[in-house]
Write a protein that binds this ligand. Sequence first.
Ligand code: ADP
Ligand code: ZN
Length: 671
Amino acid sequence: MIIDVAIPVRVSNSFHYFIDDELGRTLSIGSIVSVPFGSRTTYGFVIGFPEKSEVENSKLKKVTEVLVANSVFDENMYQFLKWVSDYYCHPLGEVIATAIPKSFWSPNKKERKSKKIEKCIEEKVFESGIKHELNSSQQTAVESILNPDETRPFLLHGVTGSGKTEVYMNVLSAILDQGKTGIILVPEIALTPQLTERFSGRFPNKIAVLHSDLTPKERVHQWELITQGTAQIVIGARSAVFAPLKKLGVIVVDEEHETSFKQEDSLRYNARDLAVVRAKLLGAKVVLGSATPSVETYQNALNGKYVHLKLSERVNKRAMPRTSFIDLKDKGQWYAPNVSWLSRGLVHAIGETLDQGQQAMLYLNRLGFAHFLFCSDCGHTWRCKNCDVSLTYYQNPPILKCHYCGVHKKVPHTCETCSGVRLDTMGLGTEQVEKTLISIFPKARICRMDRGVIKGKKDLEKVLVRIQRREVDIVIGTQMIAKGHDFPGIALVGVLLADASLNLPDFRAHERTFQIITQVSGRAGRADIPGEVVIQTLNPEHPVLLAASQHHQEEFYRNEISSRKLFQFPPFHRAVMLRFQHSNAHKVESFAYQVVQLLQQELPRRFPKCQILGPTEAPISKVKKMYRWQCLAKSESVKEIQGMLKLLFEWEKRQKSSVQMAVDVDPVNLL
Ligand code: ADP
Ligand code: ZN
């Protein structure tokens, strides 16, 4: 018998193998076999039983072993995976291996048994299980989503604190009553313990949780819950979009605008987009929820491809927070002559908040103490030897660290070029904010929430509980604080430097800024106290900041969409980023130029709707000793983009170059 096997390697075709008839009959599409491949043995997924092979039979190799005879995916899943492979121009074997990782079907037997099994959710520390009477907009949303005649995806566009989670739970409950199942995708499961607990409180013993912190044993256990049909609900980060639930009835994507739904290596898929595709193939419902939808999703809601459901008020009519700006260009506002990043106005507001026994939260998306260290005598700065970035200065413990490759070293006392001793720092990080606030408010209980202090789910839960129990007066944090947490006691939110993300070399810089300011502001005033937001900025007149602070969402999206249209960016044009890497700077540069030359020759004739921009050195031109170049291809036509990529792959195969080329369809990160 001949079988067709998809192998997880970077070649796009599958391979034929011989297998004994008797053994072959135990297999089906989706079985896993071990096969010889080149000089090694590897595994692959059975995807067909061809009558004969175009390869000369004497050259066909034999299957080494059957690893899993039972199919690990059904026909629907197979169609979905093939779609993914075509769309992202990624080999089917690698796509299947991403969807069904080896760790699920082949647990590592060497794993030490002593590791205790952690239950999915250990102690109930947050509100859970409580069922609220839905308000009328929530009710309308639930009914629209459940309407059997509506097959389009839904954008559940609800302001922060409008009760979106309650809508998801009611939809899910009805779907389970129909005997079907559901997937809830969250940006990062470790950052959303409250959501997970609310679901498990409401649907006890029906939930499997997939996240990267699972031990191999837990991973296999969760997988069994899903494949054996014990779990009807899967909650997980992006890879959960592949969860092999039977009778899938709904996929919810919470905080659909979050960039973490995009995988940034190997198969560069976007789980939000795949949720829409998988649901469509199955005739299942898909709900994309956000207070600040991505421009792509918003445009789909505007043009009627998606149903736009709005929750425009917070539950119990709680007011949206009041926002004011402080212009940091005005030195008269500075807290002290040498503290240009903190204003007297914000310090005053924090003081009042503390006097009233409320909590304040300060946002700065910058780790460490300062951006970099420099010598005031010769101007030398300390940079990473592997990457084209400066080393971040940490004070506690005192190290210089690279955020790209992780390299770190002790802070020096003398300059390595001129031996000077007058070393100084530039730029602001959360450590410095904490230190300064401790000196201004010595009695306040201050805590920091960033990746420097919070390494995992446990640390985060501890901090969230302390905040909730009012054991903390001031929270200082990075993006981590904006992730949909429900903190009833936060009366004041301060944004330390709103401009930080406005000027990034990324066509989504405005969108990101709008989202983060809105999300951070949304943490204020979620209980019975009115919220206040103070935004420090160098551009108090900037239209994006104004729109975010005044809750003028429609205006923001209208402007942003027309500029995307004008500059031919997504969602109006599809984009593909081609990334090139090599340890030799010249090689990578000349390869990038060759690619662009080839495409410029071929495109006008074969793919006239495609355009190619670049090549350019990547904004971060070296990471981990690899030099990086890139170019961006754009087109209105997905077909043409796919055709262009096929042409490129064939050309690349013939080049046999050592330069690595990665293709990123619908790129999110442009740096
Ligand atoms: P969102 O996800 O839109 O930010 P949540 O679903 O977290 O909002 O809801 C915010 C808070 O309001 C939660 O504490 C939730 O339990 C509560 N809540 C939600 N719906 C209702 C309702 N209909 N009545 C009362 N409280 C509600
Ligand atoms: Zn580095």
